[in-house]
Structures are given as structure tokens and as C-alpha cells.
Design a protein around this ligand. Structure first.
Ligand code: PGA
Length: 334
């Protein structure tokens, strides 16, 4: 029979080494990150698997995979290190200083706004370091499921998770075309007419792509996708080069009437009104630092946002709507 308390022989250092290998899926990168030699990392890993009595990683060719035990241990390590980090922040808070690291993961469109907010936040709290990961909706949701960050910014509510969400600013979707496009001078263009055009789309996993597909699917229309690109900026370039039209967040087209090369099309039912949401898993214990950011956002987003939204097309100067949407719990998985 297994002896109880097997982890009492594992050291914090071994867990740190394992967490780094598991996160990087590489002994070399873990060694670099921790300023250790590769043999030291391998020895620590081996000792930890001996204590546990099961292999934690598998090497197939040059790639490293986590075993089931390895995956379970990675999750536990994150909880342990999160707890210790929260404790450190609590202690510095008790000493009168808010200090520590704030980890944010945000969808691509939020990168236009969040850094402005962070500028002010970091000035108010000089002891707080911030790491900001910008990626698409699918990957933000994945990071949330893996508990990799403190707080997340999404463009639509997650369907399946038990998550606390708080809308903080409008994030409307608009249709852009190259200046000189035949539709540029038309008014109240129908969805049917628009669907005849070639589209430049974001990659699968993108929230904008999902919203665009939903909009046309609800009207029984299928889009002609000419090109898929993984970045809003690249899409703007492709649209400007007349390769097609695109649906983008108005935040990516910040000049009141598009930019030199781009125009906004006047399409019925556009802009699609959406919001950015600050989100975190309901069962997550927020650190002192994450709590400070949450409160800062509740206080400042509207003030900073009101100014910022004035330059955003498609909003008709009604930024207050952002605060009218009640915070609510995302649907719970059945
Ligand atoms: P995306 O999300 O980066 O996944 O497309 C952006 C948004 O929904 O605003």
C-alpha cells in the first residue's frame, strides 16, 4: 500500500524545477530560467519522481510530454506557488505597501486600451510589476482554465465556465474597406450585399471571428473568406491593399472616420455592440495586487474610457452604456 504523506520528502526547490520544466516543456529552458545547469535540473526531476513513485514527464524524440501524474502535479504546483505569492503580497500589504506581480491575459483588441490603464495603475502602485499576455479568445480561455494569470479580459462572455465577469468598456465591431471601395459611398448596406464581398478573417479561436460568423449565420449567410490572418494589424494592411473587407473592433481603427487607407462601411445592424469584460474563475482567490487592479478598474475605466472612446468610431458618444450592463455570472456548465 502507498504510504501517506509522500510529498513530505519533496522540496520546494524540486517543485519549482518541475513547474518550470512542465511550463516550458524543456529542460534546457527551465535550466536557463532558473540559472541552473541541465544535469542539476534532470537530477532534481528524477529525485521528485522517485519520491512520488511515478514518472512525471515522458520524452519522445526531442519533445517532452507530461504524464497524468505530471499534469496533476503541475496544477498542484500552481496552487501552491499562487498561495505563497498571495501570502507574500498580503505581508507587504500588512506592512503598508502593495507589492508583487499582476498577471493579466487579454484578447487582442484590449491591447489598445489596457496599457493606458496600466500606465496610471503602475504610477499609483510603484511596487507592482505587471506581466501582460495578449492573445486570442480561445487561448485566453485556455489560460484561465489552467489558472495561469490573475485576471483576464474577454470580448464576449465565456459560455461554459463558472466565471465572475464585469463589463468595463464598449468594444463595438465595425466593417472596414479600402478607401475607394465601391461600397464606400453606399448607405445602409445590407448583410446580404456585404456577404457577396471577399472577407479577410481572423484565425479560428478569435472572438471577432466568432462574432462575425454568428452575425452572418443568424441571417442564413455564409462568408467568402479570401484570407485568414492572425493579427488585427495585418488585416488592416490586407484591407488597405484591397484584398477584401473585414470586421474589426472599432478600437483597432481609432480615427473617427477610419484611417488614410481605410473607411468604415455603413452597414445595417453595425456596429455590433459588445463590451470588454474583466473576468476570473469564481473559485479563484484574488491576490492583494489583483484586488487592487480590480478596484482600480472599477474606479478608473469609466474616466479613462470616456476620454478614450471619443476617438472610437461607431459609438455616437454614448460611452455611458458601458457601465449600464450589469455584471453577471457567466452561464454555468451543466
Ligand atoms: P480576439 O478577441 O482577439 O479573440 O479576436 C477580440 C475581441 O473579441 O474583441
Amino acid at each position: 500500500m502507498e504510504k501517506a504523506g509522500l510529498m513530505k520528502n519533496a522540496t520546494l526547490r524540486q517543485l519549482k524545477v518541475f513547474e518550470s520544466v512542465a511550463r516550458n516543456l524543456s529542460v534546457t529552458r527551465a535550466a536557463e530560467e532558473l540559472y541552473l545547469t541541465q544535469p542539476t535540473v534532470s537530477i532534481q526531476l528524477k529525485q521528485l519522481s522517485d519520491v512520488i513513485g511515478l514518472p512525471l514527464i515522458e520524452q519522445i524524440g526531442k519533445r517532452i510530454y507530461l504524464t497524468d501524474a505530471g499534469q496533476a502535479l503541475l496544477k498542484t504546483c500552481r496552487e501552491v506557488f499562487d498561495g505563497l505569492e498571495r501570502f507574500e503580497m498580503l505581508v507587504s500589504d500588512m506592512k503598508g505597501v502593495k507589492a508583487g506581480r499582476l498577471r493579466l491575459a487579454v484578447i487582442t483588441t484590449a491591447k489598445y486600451f489596457i496599457p493606458r490603464l496600466l500606465g496610471q495603475f503602475c504610477q499609483d502602485y510603484p511596487g507592482i510589476d505587471v506581466s501582460l499576455k495578449v492573445t486570442n479568445r480561445e487561448r485566453v480561455l485556455q489560460r484561465m482554465a489552467e489558472n495561469q494569470d490573475d485576471l483576464y479580459v474577454l470580448g464576449a462572455l465565456p459560455e461554459e465556465a463558472d466565471v465572475v465577469v464585469e463589463p468595463f468598456l464598449e468594444n463595438p465591431l465595425v466593417v472596414v474597406a479600402a478607401r475607394g471601395h465601391p461600397l464606400a459611398s453606399e448607405k445602409a448596406i445590407s448583410a446580404q450585399r456585404l456577404a457577396e464581398e471577399a472577407f479577410i478573417m481572423r484565425e479560428p479561436g478569435s472572438g471577432i471571428r466568432l462574432a462575425t460568423e454568428q452575425f452572418f449565420a443568424e441571417r442564413g449567410l455564409k462568408l467568402k473568406v479570401r484570407m485568414e490572418l492572425g493579427s488585427n494589424e495585418a488585416i488592416k494592411q490586407a484591407v488597405a491593399a484591397n484584398l477584401g473587407i473585414a470586421v474589426l473592433s472599432a478600437h483597432t481603427v481609432p480615427l473617427a472616420h477610419g484611417s488614410e487607407d481605410l473607411v468604415l462601411l455603413d452597414v445595417k445592424h453595425f456596429p455590433i455592440r459588445r463590451h470588454w469584460y474583466l473576468a476570473y474563475p469564481r473559485n479563484k482567490q484574488l491576490s492583494v495586487v489583483a484586488q487592487a487592479f480590480l478596484e482600480f478598474l472599477q474606479r478608473e475605466a469609466k474616466v479613462i474610457g470616456d476620454k478614450y472612446l471619443q476617438g472610437i468610431p461607431g459609438l455616437n458618444a454614448t460611452p455611458a452604456a458601458a457601465t449600464q450592463v450589469p455584471a453577471r455570472k457567466a452561464r454555468q456548465k451543466k
